[in-house]
Each structure stands twice: as C-alpha cells, then as structure tokens.
Design a protein around this ligand. Sequence first.
Ligand SMILES: Nc1ncnc2c1ncn2[C@@H]1O[C@H](COP(=O)(O)OP(=O)(O)O)[C@@H](O)[C@H]1O
Ligand SMILES: [Mg+2]
Length: 363
Amino acid sequence: MKIGVLGAGQLGRMLALAGYPLGFQFRFLDHNPAACAGQVGELIVGEFNDYRALDRFVDGLDVVTYEFENVPVEAAQYLSSKLPVLPGAQALATAQDRAAEKSCFKELGIPTPLNHNVNDESDISKALGVTGLPAVFKTRRHGYDGKGQLVAHSEAEALQAWEKLGRVPLICEQHVPFERELSMVAARQITGECVFYPLTENWHTEGILRKSVPQTNINLDLQSRAESKIRSVMDHLGYVGVMALEFFLHKGRLLANEMAPRVHNSGHWTMDAGCVSQFENHLRAIAGLPLGSTQPLSISAMINLIGHAPEVDSILRAEPTARVHLYGKDPKPGRKLGHINITAPGLESLKRKTERLSKLVGG
Ligand SMILES: Nc1ncnc2c1ncn2[C@@H]1O[C@H](COP(=O)(O)OP(=O)(O)O)[C@@H](O)[C@H]1O
Ligand SMILES: [Mg+2]
C-alpha cells in the first residue's frame, strides 16, 4: 500500500518510520524542498494549492493523510474525488479554524474555556464581557506552538493584541488558571471502533510543549470522561485515524482547548513505552487494519529538544536507557528538533532520569 502524506515535517517522518515494518510505502507533498520527511521517503515539492503538484502527488497512491492541519480544505476535497483522504475534509476544516472547533465542542456539549469570536475591533469589549480578564486572543487560523496568540490583562492590551495579531479574525478566550494540562490521543476505525491512550500530562513554556508524561496513577473517572469527549468528536466527524484532544483541568472539570486531526507531540512516548505507537495506529486505521494496544508496558516520559539538541553521545552517556529521536532538522530558536523518550521500572527512577535529562537539554 502506498500512502500519501500532506506535509513532510517530523510527524510525517515518524509515520513513515512506523509504516515501513508493515510494508507500506510513502510519498510526501511539501513546499519546502528540505522538509525532513524527505530524508526517509519520496518528496514532491509543491504548494498544496498547486493542482498540477497534487496530480503528481496522487498518481499511484492508495490513500492520503495529513501530518499538518493547515492544508487547504479545497486541496483535500480535490484529492478525495480521486482516492480516500483520511481523516476527511470536514475534520480538517473544523480543526483548522479555532471558531469552528469551539462551536463543534459546544454542539457536542463539551465544556471549553469561555470564548467569543472577534471579527472586528468593535467586537473586543463584548468579547471581554464574556471572558473577563485576563483573556487570550488567538488567530482563528494558522497558529501553532503558541504562535498567533497574546494574553491581555486590560482592554488597552486587548486592543494592542488586535493590532499586533494583524487585524485578522480572532477568538478571545478566558485565560484559564488551570491546575494541569492533559491531552488524549485516540484512534478510530472506519467501523467506529476506537482505542484510547492514557491521558497524558503536558508542560508548555512560551506555548511550546516541553514535557509529556502519560498518567500512571490514572484517575479512571477522568480517563473515561476524556474518552467519551474525544469519542463524541470523532463520531461526529466520521473520523478515521488518530486524533488528539487537549484539555485544561480546572476545578475538576475537563475544558477542551483544541483538537489536532493528526498524530500529536503529546503521544510521542507511545513509540517506546511498549504499546502500539500512535503512528502505527494512525496507519492501521487509515489502512483498515485492526487497531493495536494502547496499554503501556512501562511508565515513561517524553522531553522535547527545542532550538538546540545536545550531541546524541552526551544524551546516551548521561542515560543509556534513553531513546533519542532526532528529526533531521537544522537548529533554530523555538524549533522542535527531536525528542527523548524515557522509560523506567519505577516512579522514582523515572523522575531521576527525567530530571537529569531535562537539565542536560536545558528544559
Ligand atoms: N485559554 C487559555 N488559558 C490558559 N492557557 C492557555 C489558553 N489557551 C492556550 N493556553 C496555553 O498556551 C498553549 C498553546 O495554546 P493552544 O491553544 O494549544 O495553541 P497551539 O498549541 O495551537 O499553539 C496551551 O497549551 C496552554 O499552555
Ligand atoms: Mg495546543
């Protein structure tokens, strides 16, 4: 089976690396000739809205998927007139627009931070009336790793945010003083069968994920509430593949922050903790194969390598049991260059190893 992936970043690269043992072949489409998945599979260089590039991309493929949610919906629709595109264009359209995403949550009765759309400067004071202060202003589209968002502590700062973010449609959200950030990664088959990984706790700085730890001492009530929320989103969208749903845990409530219609950074620990990885489960779902176990065989943690990565040698000398995943990208401030998965026989040793490696990577 030959799988086409829209986007050729690290997520595409890890999809291919997970898919080769199953006998899959991969082709990527990306505008960047140096995109890192090109090191591990055929890369077609072209814009997503260049229909000649899409035709070259699709020739000989069996199925198309994404590793990036900002693919134009028209491109996904064009491709789906020729072959299966999974997850479908509706999921893509919902996930790439924060306003559509929030109204999907609302329709399904999934609690979110208080929010209001800002299409014009004149909407700002009404929005603040809904959310209160502080508030987070986010561009409706194209934001990632905390880019395209600003926190405002006053109406004056809110007006500045409107200017700084480029006078484009925004969503204004209540700034939630959450206790924890959690995410759930799940996979759904075309038949509706779903599997769920354990809720994972995430730590961000400057909007970028630094560390993820799947929850070992799982609060089963929280896990099942999260599962029913992500299941209802996936069922609603007729979703096929892996999806992630990010939550804020605040006063015992799970507030949905955003969804990702793809494999997710907070699921990278699944590569080394003894279950079928999120990458393989995504491929199994889109290929119509049975989904694999999401049950970890070991406790684990994941640390991102951001901006710069220590030499592999120094990581492995510090901790020989560490599993290093480098993405083949040039260093640049704020750029995700790789991650380290850490496993351990007990919580104390996991904590020790994670602290030692966090210090080494500067996290
Ligand atoms: N309403 C909010 N209240 C508090 N923190 C927030 C809020 N929205 C975002 N954040 C923080 O910023 C991070 C990135 O925001 P997010 O909406 O997930 O955008 P993206 O991951 O697409 O950049 C979140 O993981 C969280 O740490
Ligand atoms: Mg996020």
